[in-house]
Design a binder for this molecule. Structure first.
Ligand code: BES
Ligand code: ZN
Ligand code: ZN
Length: 497
C-alpha cells in the first residue's frame, strides 16, 4: 500500500497531497510555498483568515480551483516544532486518517519531510504514519446479516521523502506491525463470549504459534489437575467450557535466558460467579480477556519483528460462571505455588487465575514478569479510563516499561504496594491469602495479591480495566476495544536489557 518516492514537484498530479505545518516561521515554505505561488497566494490568504492553521490537531482541506497539480491539499497542524514528539505526531496522523476516511479518499500522497522536527526524524515519522493508519481506520466488522459496505481501506499512499528509501520502508513496516497487531487484539476483545471461549483463544494462539514458528503448549484441565493449579481450576469450576493454559515461547537468543514473561488475564466472560455482578456491570464483561489479547497482540508483533530477546507468553483462559459446581465464597483453594487462598469474593477471579499463571511462568524460567489484566473497577475509580495502573516490586524494570509507554503514548501511572497492603492480602484467618480484603484501595489489593506469587522475580502488574475499552471514538481508533498495551509490551520487549 505504501510507496516511497523522492520529493515531488508541483507538476505531479495528486488526488490528495498531505503537508504538515508548524507554528511560527514562514507557513508556506518549500513545496507548500510553490503551491501557494502557483495558486496566486490563495493559500497564504486562507492562512491569514485562519482557515488553514498550524495549531496542533487542526486539519484543513483545500480544493484548489486553479490548475495546481493537486486536486486536494490536506494541511495537518503540528503545533510548535520544539513540542513535537513521536506520540503527538502519531495522533496528528490519526486525525489525518480520520479525515481521509470520512471523505472516503483511498489515494493520497504525503510529504513526509514536512512532519519532522527535533528528535522526530523521517524514520520515526514513517513509523508513526503507518501505525496511525492501521489504528485510526480500524473497524470491527460485527455480525449483521446485511453487512455495511466493505471496510475502508486506502489503495495507495505515496510517501515522499529525501531520506533513504530502504530505511523509510523498514520503518513503515515496523509501524504497520504495531498497528496491525493492536487491531488483532481489538478484534479478540470485541468478539462476544459465546464466540470466543477459552478453547477458541487456545486455537487462536496455536494458529499464531504456527504462523511464527513459536514453541507452544496448551495445558488441558487434566494437566492442571495433575500439576495442582487449584486457583485456575476453582474459577473454571462452574463452567461447561474447559479451561486452557496457553503457553507460547519465542526464542530470539541462543540460550533460554533473560526470559521476559508476559502474562495476560484471559477471562472470556466474567459474570462475577456467585458474587454475581449486577446486570449493568456484567455488560461488556466479554472484554475481561483484554490482558490475554494484549499479550497475543504483542506476540504477533514479536513474531513479525523477531527481536533478539526470549519471550514467554502465559495466558490462563476460562470464563467465570455459576452452576451447582461453581466455587463459592468461603471456599479455600490451593494454588500451584502451594499457597492456600480463602475465596472471599468469586468476582475477584482474575488474581486467582493469574496466581497460577505467574507461578507457571516462573517454573518455565521467567527472569521477569509483566502481567496485564482487566483486574479491578478500583483502578478506574483511581485513575480514570485513560491511564493504566501499574504496580511493581522492581524500580528498574518499571522504568523500562515506562519508557516504552512514553513512546507508544499509552499512559501508565504507578500505585504503591506497602507492607500494610501485603499484610492485608495475608489477612485470612484460615488460609495464607485472602482474595478480597475489602474495597479500600482495591486496585492495590489486586496487585499485591499477584505480587505474592511473583515473589522475588522482578515483576510489573498492569491493570487495564479502564484503558482496555473506550466509550467514544478517538483519533487512533473507534469506541470499543483499544488493544491497549500491545504496542507498549512490544516496544518494551524490543528495547529490553
Ligand atoms: N473483571 C473485573 C474488573 C473490571 C471492572 C474490568 C470493570 C473491566 C471493567 C474483575 O474481575 C472484578 O470483578 N473485580 C472486582 C474485584 C473486587 C470483587 C475485589 C471489582 O473491581 O469490583
Ligand atoms: Zn470479576
Ligand atoms: Zn474479571
Amino acid at each position: 500500500m505504501f510507496t516511497v518516492k523522492p520529493l515531488p514537484s508541483v507538476e505531479t498530479t495528486e488526488e490528495a497531497l498531505v503537508i504538515g505545518l508548524f507554528e511560527g516561521g514562514k507557513p508556506f515554505a518549500g513545496l507548500a510555498g510553490e503551491y501557494d505561488t502557483r495558486l496566486g497566494g490563495q493559500l497564504s490568504g486562507l492562512w491569514k483568515e485562519g482557515d488553514i492553521s498550524a495549531k496542533r490537531g487542526r486539519i484543513a482541506v483545500v480544493h484548489p480551483f486553479l490548475p495546481s497539480g493537486a486536486k486536494r491539499l490536506y494541511f495537518v497542524g503540528l503545533g510548535k516544532k520544539e513540542e513535537l514528539t513521536f506520540a503527538r505526531l502519531r495522533e496528528a496522523f490519526g486525525k489525518l486518517f480520520g479525515a481521509l476516511k470520512q471523505a472516503k479518499r483511498t489515494e493520497a500522497s504525503i510529504v513526509l519531510d514536512a512532519f519532522t522536527a527535533g528528535d522526530v526524524d523521517e524514520n520515526e515519522a514513517a513509523h508513526a504514519l503507518a501505525e496511525a493508519y492501521y489504528l485510526a481506520t480500524y473497524e470491527f466488522s460485527g455480525y449483521k446479516q446485511n453487512k455495511r459496505e466493505r471496510d475502508y481501506e486506502m489503495k495507495s499512499l505515496t510517501v515522499y521523502t529525501a531520506a533513504d528509501a530502504a530505511d523509510i520502508e523498514a520503518n513503515l513496516f515496523v509501524g504497520s506491525v504495531y498497528g496491525k497487531a493492536t487491531n488483532s487484539a481489538r478484534t479478540l476483545v470485541n468478539t462476544p463470549g459465546n464466540l470466543l471461549t477459552a478453547s477458541d483463544l487456545a486455537d487462536y494462539a496455536a494458529t499464531l504459534a504456527n504462523r511464527f514458528d513459536f514453541d507452544y503448549e496448551i495445558l488441558e484441565k487434566e494437566d492442571m489437575e495433575r500439576l495442582g493449579m487449584g486457583a485456575l481450576l476453582a474459577v473454571n469450576q462452574g463452567s461447561k467450557q474447559p479451561p486452557k493454559l496457553i503457553v507460547l515461547k519465542y526464542q530470539g537468543k541462543e540460550k533460554w535466558e533473560g526470559v521476559i514473561a508476559l502474562v495476560g488475564k484471559g477471562v472470556t466472560f466474567d459474570t462475577g460467579g456467585y458474587c454475581l455482578k449486577p446486570r449493568d456491570s456484567m455488560l461488556d464483561m466479554k472484554t475481561d480477556m483484554a490482558g490475554a489479547a494484549a499479550v497475543l497482540g504483542a506476540m504477533e508483533a514479536i513474531g513479525e519483528l523477531r527481536p533478539e530477546q526470549n519471550v514467554l507468553a502465559v495466558i490462563p483462559a476460562t470464563d467465570n460462571m455459576i452452576s451447582g459446581e461453581a466455587f463459592k465464597p468461603d471456599d479455600v483453594i490451593t494454588s500451584l505455588s502451594g499457597k492456600t487462598i480463602e475465596v472471599r469474593n468469586t468476582d475477584a477471579e482474575g488474581r486467582l487465575i493469574l496466581a497460577d499463571a505467574v507461578t507457571y511462568a516462573k517454573q518455565c524460567g521467567a527472569n521477569c514478569i509483566i502481567d496485564v489484566a482487566t483486574l479491578t473497577g478500583g483502578v478506574i475509580v483511581a485513575l480514570g479510563t485513560d491511564k493504566t495502573g501499574a504496580m511493581t516490586n522492581n524500580e528498574a524494570l518499571f522504568e523500562q516499561l515506562l519508557e516504552a509507554s512514553a513512546e507508544t503514548g499509552e499512559f501508565i501511572w504507578r500505585l504503591p504496594i506497602t507492607e500494610h497492603d501485603r499484610e492485608r492480602v495475608r489477612s485470612s484467618k484460615i488460609a495464607d491469602l485472602n482474595n478480597s480484603p475489602g474495597r479500600e484501595g482495591h486496585a492495590i489489593m489486586g496487585g499485591a495479591f499477584i505480587g505474592e506469587f511473583a515473589e522475588d522475580t522482578p515483576w510489573v502488574h498492569l491493570d487495564i480495566a479502564g484503558t482496555a475499552t473506550a466509550k467514544k471514538d478517538g483519533d487512533l481508533g473507534p469506541a470499543g476495544a483499544t488493544g491497549v498495551m500491545v504496542r507498549t509490551l512490544t516496544a518494551f520487549v524490543e528495547r529490553f536489557e
